[in-house]
Design a protein around this ligand. Structure first.
Ligand code: ADP
Ligand code: MG
Ligand code: ZN
Length: 192
């Protein structure tokens, strides 16, 4: 589907790939899979995540099934270009928590010939586009939307439903705070 490790075949070709979806949809898993393959192809990789996301580990990206890979937490998208300048492949996880400047940063890295893989929530808990994600999706060469399993009915889940009534947009948390739901089950829960 996507030209994995594309540097092998086409020389240094910059591009932006987005992996998006709800919580538990396997975004981080897919990011780690692509980065591991790039490493096998002996490409130089750098992974970044926003500093606010230190849920499991300070300097690692960790998926819900405990797959992990080294990453650098950064306070702002402006810190990425300098740290990424020698990379063939740049991975960014939890991209929705970054500032809007991330779009331009991704664009400039890709223009320099870097393959940029961006993973993040496409929607917040209200079902609205999240942070820089919609803009990055607009300029990306390729978008992969992954899905979780609805915890109420087992169908394909597209939404991250917040269980708590706290209305702060960024509220980090796990299964006790957010659950993946399909459209119908989300409506049922909201009307309860
Ligand atoms: P994301 O980064 O999108 O939040 P992860 O890649 O960290 O997702 O985790 C995906 C993994 O979460 C799955 O492989 C599965 O083991 C686990 N998981 C737990 N609950 C669910 C669910 N309701 N639907 C899908 N996967 C789930
Ligand atoms: Mg994740
Ligand atoms: Zn459902």
């Amino acid at each position: 589907m996507y030209p994995e490790n594309n540097l092998n075949f086409q020389g240094k070709r910059g591009r932006i790939e987005v992996v998006c979806g709800s919580m538990y949809s396997g975004k981080t898993e897919e990011l780690i899979r692509r980065i591991k393959r790039a490493k096998i192809a002996k490409q130089k990789v750098e992974i970044f995540k926003p500093e606010i996301d230190i849920r499991y580990a300070e300097n690692e990206v960790v998926s819900h099934n405990e797959n992990r890979i080294l990453s650098t937490p950064v306070p702002s998208s402006a810190n990425i270009p300098l740290l990424a300048c020698d990379a063939d492949v740049v991975g960014i996880d939890e991209a929705q928590f970054f500032d809007l400047g991330l779009t331009e940063v991704c664009s400039q890295l890709a223009d320099k010939g870097i393959r940029v893989i961006v993973a993040g929530l496409d929607m917040d808990y209200l079902g609205l586009p999240f942070g820089p994600m919609p803009n990055i999706m607009a300029i990306a060469e390729e978008i992969t939307k992954v899905h979780a399993v609805c915890v109420d009915c087992g169908y394909t889940a597209n939404f991250s439903h917040r269980l708590s009534s706290d209305d702060k947009l960024v509220l980090l948390g796990e299964k006790d705070l957010y659950i993946p739901l399909c459209r119908e089950c989300r409506i049922l829960r909201k009307n309860k």
